[in-house]
Design a protein around this ligand. Structure first.
Ligand code: THG
Length: 262
């Protein structure tokens, strides 16, 4: 599974403060901890309160790149902020994210091509978040069609059904899971499926249990990647075990230890 560590996000107060005060060591520690815990990439989000996101994202990227060469996912709803980050990224970037809104696609698909970046497409439109799996599939197909027309490699496209909190959208959970399976059969080669996992447990108690249960189920539906908290050891163990059962690693009695050493 492609694991994107979610912790460098200005929604967290300590990270917001580190960004504001340009305290590099805090960001670098957070990057290294996530990589050590098994993150294959790191999400980089200046947060909702950032006053200068165009400068902040460049500062974040540069600080992180001093300590790791893992791919970075530039997480912003503003194309100018994403482009600013792309300019200073040395390795392969991930654009997080476009929506199915034509204006967004027209801004971000050319950027993804120009910078040879992977692209996350959210199944959301100007009308908002879909209320069922048919609307999700329709938006997913529109994103795939746009990428194919523009010559963007579908192998580099991740579709995100947008996970909603179970405490407010319980009736949608099954549709979200089924969307993951449906996304994979839109085209050949197939787009990949990714989720922002922690959304599912926002406002819920027993967050870690809710997160890992959803993740294991989503993996069974064909999930390829997740933005998650890699420091949650129970979550990582559940993911490794689910992938073992799905025959993605070879079984040995010490498989958890063996996988972590990889
Ligand atoms: N899809 C994609 N990108 C995403 C998301 C998604 N990026 C952002 C988000 N969703 C994924 N990242 C997080 C990070 C933290 C939390 C949820 C999702 C979170 N934070 C706590 C809270 O809000 O309760 C704690 C915040 C705090 O300490 O202040 O749950 O869906 N492509």
């Amino acid at each position: 599974m492609f694991i994107i560590g979610e912790l460098i996000n200005g929604m967290y107060q300590d990270i917001a403060k580190a960004i504001k005060e340009k305290h590099k060591a805090i960001i670098q520690k957070c990057a290294l901890e996530q990589v050590k815990a098994g993150a294959s990439a790191l999400d980089v989000n200046c947060g909702p309160a950032a006053r200068e996101p165009i400068n902040d994202i460049q500062w974040l990227v540069q600080a992180i790149q001093e300590v790791t060469d893992k791919p970075l996912a530039l997480d912003s709803s503003k194309p100018q902020v994403i482009e600013s980050g792309l300019k200073v990224i040395k390795n392969k970037a991930i654009i997080n994210s476009t929506t199915a809104d034509p204006e967004k696609l027209q801004a971000l698909v050319p950027l993804a091509k120009k910078y040879n970046a992977r692209l996350i497409g959210l199944t959301i439109s100007a009308k908002g978040i879909p209320q069922n799996k048919d609307q999700r599939l329709e938006l997913a197909a529109a994103i795939v069609a746009h990428c194919a027309e523009e010559g963007f490699p579908i192998d580099d496209l991740y579709l995100d059904p947008i996970v909603l909190p179970v405490n407010v959208a319980q009736a949608q959970m099954k549709d979200i899971l089924e969307s993951i399976r449906e996304f994979k059969i839109i085209s050949e080669p197939s787009p990949k499926a990714i989720v922002g996992l922690s959304n599912v447990s926002q406002g819920a108690s027993a967050r870690s249990l809710v997160n890992r249960t959803f993740l294991v189920m989503a993996l069974a539906y064909g999930l390829d990647g997740a933005i998650l908290d890699p420091l949650d050891k129970d979550l990582m163990d559940a993911a490794i075990t689910a992938e073992l059962i799905l025959n993605k690693h070879i079984y040995c009695d010490s498989y958890l230890e063996a996988y972590r050493k990889k």
